[in-house]
Design a protein around this ligand. Structure first.
Ligand SMILES: [Zn+2]
Length: 167
């Protein structure tokens, strides 16, 4: 019941991810309809319900522009799980503040990069020039498209892809 379910607006725009329990609640209260299932069934005493993978809201809701929260996981994903100093591809990454926080660097997309622990250690809380290090590329804010934002679920939910494409 914890599995993520993709929620589409009435116009099919992907706007949200909720868990299965919430999705079934929305369907039963007729606030949403089932678009895609294929995850088996939920059996209650009196009925059997298909487990949703994608649902669509019956009424259009207006949403603010999608915005990706800055988290460790999202920084690593943006940087393709690659150290931005030595290009090593590793799952053991740390967050490096390009301008160190104690020197006034902010915790914002354009000042954080994925770094392996060796490079992070080597940089040692200094400016890049002082440490004699270079970034492989300048860090940017990731795309705000629904495809990118919900794309982190695609490895486990490949059936969402047609609903994310084009947004
Ligand atoms: Zn490195």
């Amino acid at each position: 019941m914890q599995a993520p379910v993709l929620v589409l607006n009435a116009n099919f725009e992907p706007i949200h991810v909720c868990d299965t329990r919430r999705a079934i609640g929305l369907i039963l209260s007729e606030k949403a309809s089932l678009v895609l299932d294929g995850r088996g069934h939920l059996k209650t005493v009196t009925r059997i319900y298909p487990l949703p993978s994608v649902i669509r809201l019956e009424k259009m809701v207006s949403r603010p522009r999608l915005h990706l929260k800055l988290t460790r996981r999202e920084v690593f994903r943006r940087d393709s799980y690659t150290c931005q100093y030595c290009r090593r591809h590793t799952m053991e990454l740390t967050i490096d503040h390009v301008v160190p926080r104690h020197l006034g660097g902010q915790h914002i997309w354009t000042n954080v990069v994925a770094a392996c622990s060796q490079c992070n250690h080597r940089k040692g809380g200094r400016h890049l020039e002082e440490a004699g290090m270079r970034l492989q590329r300048q860090p940017k804010e990731p795309p705000s498209s629904a495809f990118y934002i919900f794309g982190r679920h695609l490895p486990e939910n490949a059936d969402w892809e047609p609903f994310l494409t084009g947004w």
